[in-house]
Design a protein around this ligand. Structure first.
Ligand SMILES: Nc1nc2c(ncn2[C@@H]2O[C@H](COP(=O)(O)OP(=O)(O)O)[C@@H](O)[C@H]2O)c(=O)[nH]1
Ligand SMILES: [Mg+2]
Length: 435
């Protein structure tokens, strides 16, 4: 069922109650899902904590998902001003780029990639398994599937709004024989939704706050396709607080640091990249970091070359640039992070014989998974004397931010390869941390 997937009684209630951001919904418009023993009558829910869950369009990669986390964290901060909420971290899995065969890559908790205490210093978060244990059952009371407006927006008249609308795309949830909604739910087959509603949104994440606070009493609410929400304020203090709280898991940092020390002669003391466990106590001093004695490179291939984009270099052109930088910076080593296929890797090895890569053993790959190996690559890139990345890759962007946090001079960070025939090769924007 597409648009018809919304229950009739809910439609009626929402019809009264769904307004745009500026409008306030009265009590009479509120509804209770009516299916869950845990849902409380209106009014008494204030002290009980409510759960915000979210998911992202399946084709999106890891590093865009990290960006969506920042947006949803802003929404959670807005909600916390009114009542008690916790963000349920969406388990990782089934990502398109995680193609290593024979390893289990779904239902991965955030703790495998990020330091939970650090996240918690920014906003209250719990893992999905803890949500299941705490909320007493595998039910999500309300799923809002976010989408754009079918009619687009009229030029020059940008306004922030959210409205209940028929689902535009085929709904990725279907009703089972008990009238529960089944869907992907991060690979947790037993999870069910009690209600599914499509909302058209145009605006920043916090536009959802009035809807969650006033239009529903559901205690667990999932925003699917959360990438449809924009940043409340990209690059502002709130953005950077959340970004700084996304400290990589310690076991991955340790592996990266060992590789730096053993293969690249790079240590925090010599490189002046001292890491502090508590991100809230760290303030970057631009230009304080020197970085390890190597050049680092992120060379994004796969889907970035399939479209024949003109801002992506050929391997020859990338190799030429790498050699010219090594000469200029008097560096003998180059660390290459890439998603290149085997054939491209062989070519690269011929073109750049001095290339150093982090190549996990099968056991290491099974332990850290594709996501962890990518983080180790990013961590090593972040500590180099000089970094050059790939145009509009969120993987490269996250390395920029990591280096900004580590106090590197922006000149050593905001660099990208140019396409062979690219005329105006604009370099990445420098985003300064706001404290
Ligand atoms: N290990 C590793 N994986 C990479 C590298 N570049 C890309 N990938 C993989 O490909 C995915 C790219 O998707 P995404 O994170 O969205 O970044 P974007 O598509 O470049 O903006 C990453 O999440 C990794 O799984 C790399 O240099 N090293
Ligand atoms: Mg991507």
């Amino acid at each position: 069922m597409a648009a018809g997937s919304v229950r009739p009684h809910l439609l009626l209630l929402l019809g009264v109650c769904f307004y745009q951001l500026s409008q306030v919904c009265g009590d009479e418009g509120e509804f209770s899902p009516g299916h869950s023993a845990s849902s409380l009558p209106v009014g008494s829910a204030a002290s009980e904590r409510r759960y915000l869950l979210y998911d992202v369009n399946p084709p999106e990669g890891f590093n865009l998902r990290r960006d969506v986390y920042i947006r949803v964290a802003s929404l959670l901060k807005t909600l916390l001003k009114s009542s008690n909420w916790v963000l349920v971290l969406p388990p990782w899995g089934r990502l398109y780029h995680w193609q290593s065969p024979d390893i289990h890559q779904i239902r991965i908790p955030w703790a495998e990639f990020f330091d939970l205490d650090s996240l918690y210093q920014n906003i209250p978060v719990i893992e999905y398994e803890d949500f299941l244990a705490e909320s007493g059952g595998p039910f999500i009371e309300q799923v809002y599937v976010l989408q754009g407006y079918a009619e687009g927006w009229k030029e020059g008249t940008w306004e922030e709004k959210v409205d209940q609308r028929p689902c535009i795309d085929q709904l990725m949830y279907s009703e089972d024989k008990n009238a529960y909604y089944r869907g992907w739910f991060w690979g947790y087959e037993e999870t069910r939704g009690l209600n599914v509603t499509c909302l058209s949104v145009q605006g920043s994440a916090s536009i959802m706050a009035p809807v969650l606070l006033k239009n529903t009493t559901a205690r667990s609410i999932m925003l699917d396709r959360a990438e449809n929400l924009l940043h409340d304020y990209y690059g502002g203090k709130d953005y950077w607080d959340t970004r700084r709280s996304m400290v990589f898991a310690k076991h991955l940092r340790v592996v990266g640091d060992e590789f730096r020390a053993n293969v690249l002669h790079s240590t925090d003391e010599a490189d002046r990249t001292i890491f502090h466990e508590d991100w809230t106590k760290v303030k970057a001093k631009p230009d304080a970091a020197i970085g390890g004695p190597y050049l680092s490179v992120h060379l994004r291939r796969k889907d970035f070359i399939w479209g024949h984009r003109e801002d992506i270099p050929s391997l020859q052109r990338a190799a030429d640039e790498i050699h010219s930088l090594m000469k200029k910076l008097q560096l003998k080593k180059v660390f290459v992070a890439t998603d290149a296929d085997r054939e491209d890797l062989e070519t690269l090895r011929k073109l750049i014989p001095e290339m150093v890569r982090f190549e996990p053993t099968w056991e290491e790959l099974e332990l850290y998974k594709d996501g962890g190996v990518a983080i180790i690559d990013q961590w090593i890139c972040a500590h180099a004397r000089y970094f050059i990345g790939t145009s509009v890759s969120t993987f490269s962007f996250r390395i920029h931010e990591e280096r900004e946090i580590l106090s590197f001079n922006p000149k050593t960070t905001y660099n990208r390869f140019c396409g062979d025939k690219e005329k105006n090769c604009e370099q990445p924007t420098h985003w300064k941390i706001v404290y």
